[in-house]
Design a protein. Structure first.
Length: 102
């Protein structure tokens, strides 16, 4: 059974490699639209997440309960996106339309 330290290391490695891949793609093609690069990375991440979060064959499995339906997986994905976004240093931007200006 993976430990919490193993899970943290896996998360950190995946996070770092995804950011590095985005930077590499943007650096390789200076004319690339960063929104297109980021949308492509997100689409791939969502596909992998949905694949990895398929419930097991036991309909009473408590570990799979939150992701045991398509709607449950979507709710869990949205919760995770909200949490990860709020933790990001890029969540707020000085150019946000609701940012205070002095």
């Amino acid at each position: 059974m993976p430990t919490e330290q193993d899970s943290t290391a896996s998360f950190d490695a995946a996070f770092t490699q995804a950011v590095d891949l985005g930077n590499t793609l943007a650096d390789r093609d200076k004319s690339a639209d960063l929104w297109d690069v980021s949308d492509g990375l997100l689409a791939g991440a969502v596909q992998f997440w949905l694949y990895a979060r398929q419930p097991c064959a036991d309909p009473r499995c408590t570990d799979c309960l939150a992701v045991s339906t398509a709607e449950g997986r979507m709710a869990e994905l949205q919760r995770l996106i909200r949490d990860l976004s709020a933790e990001s240093e890029y969540f707020h931007s000085p150019n946000d339309s609701n940012a205070g200006r002095a």
